[in-house]
Write a protein that binds this ligand. Structure first.
Ligand code: FAD
Length: 261
């Protein structure tokens, strides 16, 4: 069985997000990490590998520095890594990203494709389902648990206040939630192997033959970011020091005024 996990290198937004004066993300000021949902998706793939001997390939589209993240994935246990990188692919929106990633996946043997639910920088949660659409595959999103049963997968799918149990025949695509599991650490031997023994396969635009120029990079993106800004700072708070009943009445009146209730 072959599993392809799509992973994205993202800025660690835990310490806040910074912008350049032109409104683009100041990526240099933030650490670059493996997107958390993708890491859980990779862990799920590695657990299937532990149980069944599946082959796990990680694939990313990004800058050459994403090599570090791919080596991290191999040090965790992934068998192969592919980096799709080319200047003409830059500035892609979700359509151009998914078109490119799907064209790369098409070159591989796959039974199961796993992506994260969403990336913590773009936050759109669109790329996984779009890849499935390009490949003509069923998609199960928001996976909290994944089991392989013969030629099918059974997925516990998070759904507001309940969950769905969904079964699909492979090949199919699953989008993973970070709640899925606790990803394993890299092993020291795995780190040595990832740098000394293993290679990252690098593909450029010319390697993706099943891809139209109209669907790549900034020029092939139907959407363009016109403006980005910081959140508007909240106004100063107000402390209410009346007796309890009056305080509640005062607050209720304020909530009504602001149409909160
Ligand atoms: C309107 C718009 C315009 C944009 N313009 C630009 C721009 O000019 N320059 C720019 O740098 N970015 C731009 N972006 C951001 C860029 O489109 C997204 O980062 C990218 O398309 C992925 O979307 P996302 O981060 O929301 O991923 P999501 O859809 O949230 O990701 C879901 C999952 O898809 C997989 N995935 C996503 N991206 C990749 C990838 N690259 N490789 C492998 N797997 C992946 C991962 O498994 C991930 O967990 C733009 C985004 C939008 C919405």
């Amino acid at each position: 069985m072959n599993i392809v996990v799509c992973i994205k290198q993202v800025p660690d937004t835990a310490g806040g997000v910074k912008f350049n004066p032109d409104g683009t993300l100041d990526r240099a000021s933030m650490l670059a990490i493996m997107n958390p949902d993708d890491k859980a998706g990779l862990e799920a793939a590695l657990r299937i590998k532990d149980a069944t001997g599946a082959k796990v390939t990680v694939l990313t589209m990004g800058l050459p520095k994403a090599d570090v993240m791919l080596r991290e994935a191999m040090a965790m246990g992934a068998d192969e890594a592919i980096l799709v990188t080319d200047r003409v692919l830059g500035g892609a929106d979700t359509w151009a990203t998914s078109s490119t990633v799907a064209a790369a996946v098409k070159k591989l043997d796959y039974d199961l494709i796993i992506t994260g639910r969403q990336a913590i920088d773009g936050d759109t949660a669109q790329v996984g389902p779009q890849i499935a659409e390009h490949l003509g595959l069923p998609v199960i999103s928001y996976a909290e648990d994944i089991k392989v049963e013969g030629d099918s997968v059974v997925v516990k799918r998070q759904y507001e206040d309940r969950y769905h149990m969904v079964k699909a025949k492979m090949p199919c695509l699953i989008t993973a939630l970070s709640e899925l599991n606790e990803p394993r650490y890299m092993t020291p031997g795995g780190i040595f192997d990832a740098y000394d023994e293993k290679e990252v396969t690098v593909w450029g635009r010319a390697d993706l033959t099943d891809l139209d120029d109209a669907n790549i990079g900034l020029a092939g993106s139907p959407t363009k970011i016109a403006k980005a800004s910081d959140k508007v700072a909240k106004g100063a708070g107000e402390k209410v020091n009346l007796d309890p009943t009056e305080s509640v009445n005062y607050l209720m009146e304020k909530f009504r005024e602001k149409h909160i209730i």
